[in-house]
Design a protein around this ligand. Sequence first.
Ligand code: NAD
Ligand code: UGA
Length: 458
Amino acid sequence: MTNILCIGAGYVGGSTIPIVASHCPQHRFIIVDINEERIAAWQSDDLPIYEPGLDEVVRRTRDKNLFFSTDVNRHIAEADIIFVSVNTPTKTFGRGAGKAADLQYWEKTARQISENSSSSKIVVEKSTLPVRTAEAMERILNSNGSGLHFDVLSNPEFLAEGTAVRDMENPDRVLIGGRETESGRKAVETLVELYANWVPRERIITANLWSSELSKLVANAFLAQRISSINAISALCEKTEADVSEVAYAIGLDNRIGKYFLRASVGFGGSCFKKDILNLVYLCEHYGLPEVASYWEQVVAMNEFQEMRFASKMVASMFNTVAGKKIALFGAAFKANTNDTRESPALEVCRALLEERAEVVITDPHALENARDDLGELAARVVFEPDPYAAAKGAHAIALLTEWNQFAQLDYEQIYGSMIKPAFLFDGRNLLDHSKLYELGFNVYPIGKPALTHLHAK
Ligand code: NAD
Ligand code: UGA
């Protein structure tokens, strides 16, 4: 039996390790966190994150070969392998503020491992980190003078929220980076063996440490770049009566382009795309590559343009004022099937509308609590309404901002009947049947497609 510890019980630690535990009953897994409330929630029936299928996996493994704890130091001492999945947000202070990764949680963890270890260990970077971070980690770990040896591996996580269980059960690839030394190779092989309990060998790829660390940032940058590219084209479509869905379909059939990540939207959100691209930008600047830095920075700039373009279009379409008007936002989560609202475009649109003094009501099946927290002081000016029918009643407009399937199933005839006329619907995800909504009487504004409006007909 191997004792496997994961430090950080957030989205990554909490949604990956239970699946590893379910495939490796021969090993013992502990997930620790300094956040007592979070650990208590992982031990309860009401898990702290909403992720389809995760409840069932946690129920099957918890208290068998999977345990949750706040006793970080004790479990470090007992562990053979330690996954580190603490948060690495964008730095908000000092050098690199606004771009560089804030490594304070990660460094604290490295020191804690160093101070509490009495045996050699494999330490696995699961958090997303700047390239060459493992070097610093090795220095901290191997500097306690105890003579212990720590092998640092990079094993970036590629799961997407909302499909975490599926992604982890059946990953496109698992990437493991290690040192090209005898001990490094042995550590890599240990981790390969762990994943081989359920992942086909050919999908477990190994690389040098720096390639592995950098690949994670680059994967996210390329995915986000595709969204910004199609969103840029959506703006041109709206000026030319081209339809962005038709354009995306036509170009995506070229195998060299491919069909994925070409859904135009109000913008990409989530805790990682923006953070990781800005981190990449910072690294390029740091290494004296300003042209490369500004190339990637444009992906984030285009996303901000798209979010603001959406909000501006709402105001412009509603006779250039939304002050005092009730507007229902359908969706707060940054994508469907998650309760995560970090960097959600829905909240950006909400902020812009509040700035214009609209009366905003937000409805979402799972993310209202997080939306309230993320909006901070602004939350006092927003109504959080779990029932979409109640949210839309008496509203001048609906803005659909998260592609929850539930929103596609609503009775829009009933909703239209309860709204102030003219009623507007802005579909930031191109989720709904626009012609049908138009026939019901709505003035419909999709993304990257001609608006369907009754306003100019007379
Ligand atoms: P998160 O904020 O949800 O969770 C991080 C957890 O680490 C928190 O619960 C925090 O309390 C805990 N923590 C911080 N310092 C600690 C310490 N010293 N000891 C114990 N616990 C500590 O973050 P997340 O979304 O799980 O992301 C974690 C990392 O994984 C980030 O680097 C992120 O970029 C990366 N990542 C995230 C996703 C995702 O979908 N969210 C996907 C791939 C990679
Ligand atoms: C993303 C990556 O897909 C994961 O591989 C990666 O592990 C993860 O970031 C991470 O490092 O955190 P995630 O942010 O959870 O996963 O979700 P995505 O499905 O990538 O969606 C990100 C955002 O882009 C969402 O707001 C989504 O609505 C938007 N999106 C996605 C589009 O607007 N159009 C698309 O075609 C696809």
